[in-house]
Design a protein around this ligand. Structure first.
Ligand SMILES: [Fe+2]
Length: 299
C-alpha cells in the first residue's frame, strides 16, 4: 500500500496574519464617499467618527482609511473582491452621473481587464483591480485579497528575502509575463505582491498599509538592528517603511507598514458590511447586511 503524502507547506501561514487596511489621504471626502461607498458599494464604518477629517470604509474584514489631505497615490494596485461585478459596473455608472462635473480633470477611469476583472482608478489615481466573488482568494466574497506594489527592476528577489528573513513571512519568487514578482503570504488567503516594473516610480508620498503579526517582537528587533523602525506608536504598534536587502541593507522598496500585534484592541474587529445590492428602489426585506465570506478561508 502506498502511503499518501501531503504538501504540508501549503498549510503554513507565516508571521503576517492579516493585511487590515490601506491608508491614502483624499482631498475631497465627499467625492471619496461617492466613489468608495456609492460607487464601489462599500460601507462607511459607523462606529468610528472623525467628523469630516477622516473616513474609514469597510471592505469585508478589511478597510480603506481615507484621511482628508493632499491626495496620496499607492504605487501599485489594490485588489478588491466584490460580491457581483456587474452590479458594480452599474453602480459606477451611477457614480459618474452623480459626480458629474466633479470628475472633470480627475484620474477616474473604469475599464475591463482581460481576466474578467474591472480596472478602476479613483479620482486621485489610486488603481484598484476589482474581482467578482469566486473560489479565488480562498473563497473571499468581499474584501481586500492583495496589494500589488510596483518595484524597481532587480529588487523582487531581495524583497522576498526581506519578508522571509526579517518579517518571518513565507515568500516566493514568481514571474508575471516576464516580470519577476515577490509573493508574500498573508494569513490564509491574502498576499502582498511586489512586482517589478520598468516604468518610473513616483516619489513615495507617505501612504501606508497595516498588517498584524503573530511574532511581534522578533521582526521588531531585526528592524531596530538595521535602524529601520520609524515610529514607536504604542505597546501594540510600530512602523517601518524601508524594505531592504537583509544582508547588505540596500533599500529595495519603500512603503510604510503599520505593524500591529494581536493584542491591538482592533485585532479581528467585527466590521459592518452592507449588501451592496440593496437600494431604495428595489428594497428587499432582510437583505440589508452582506452575508458571505469576508476573509479568505479555504486554501
Ligand atoms: Fe493606519
Amino acid at each position: 500500500m502506498v502511503e499518501k503524502t501531503y504538501d504540508r507547506e501549503t498549510q503554513d501561514v507565516g508571521n503576517v496574519l492579516a493585511l487590515e487596511h490601506v491608508n491614502v489621504t483624499v482631498p475631497d471626502p465627499e467625492l471619496a464617499a461617492l466613489f468608495y461607498v456609492s460607487g464601489l458599494g462599500l460601507t462607511r464604518d459607523p462606529y468610528i467618527d472623525f467628523g469630516g477629517a477622516n473616513m474609514w470604509v469597510n471592505v469585508g474584514s478589511q478597510q480603506f482609511h481615507l484621511p482628508k489631505g493632499d491626495a496620496q497615490v499607492l504605487r501599485g494596485t489594490i485588489g478588491v473582491v466584490l460580491p457581483d461585478l456587474d452590479q458594480c459596473r452599474a453602480r459606477l455608472a451611477r457614480f459618474v452621473r452623480r459626480a458629474g462635473d466633479r470628475l472633470a480633470g480627475t484620474a477616474y477611469s473604469c475599464t475591463e481587464g482581460e481576466d474578467g476583472s474591472l480596472h478602476v482608478t479613483c479620482p486621485w489615481g489610486n488603481r484598484l483591480r476589482a474581482h467578482g466573488a469566486s473560489d479565488a482568494f480562498g473563497g473571499m466574497g468581499l474584501g481586500l485579497p492583495y496589494v500589488e506594489f510596483d518595484v524597481a527592476p532587480g529588487t523582487a528577489p531581495g524583497v522576498a528575502r526581506f519578508y522571509d528573513e526579517v518579517v518571518g513571512a513565507p515568500s516566493s519568487l514568481t514571474d508575471i509575463g516576464g516580470r519577476p514578482r515577490a509573493e508574500v503570504r498573508v494569513g490564509r488567503a491574502q498576499r502582498l505582491w511586489f512586482t517589478e516594473t520598468d516604468a518610473e516610480l513616483a516619489a513615495y508620498d507617505g501612504h501606508h498599509v497595516a498588517v498584524y503579526l503573530s511574532n511581534f517582537s522578533k521582526p521588531y528587533r531585526a528592524l531596530r538592528e538595521r535602524g529601520l523602525v520609524t515610529l514607536e506608536t504604542n505597546d501594540h504598534e510600530y512602523r517601518f517603511q524601508d524594505i531592504v536587502e537583509p544582508d547588505g541593507g540596500t533599500v529595495l522598496a519603500t512603503v510604510e507598514h503599520e505593524v500591529r500585534s494581536m493584542f491591538h484592541p482592533m485585532f479581528d474587529r467585527e466590521l459592518v458590511n452592507r449588501d451592496p445590492a440593496q437600494n431604495v428602489f428595489a428594497y428587499r426585506e432582510g437583505h440589508d447586511a452582506y452575508v458571505g465570506l469576508t476573509h479568505g478561508g479555504r486554501g
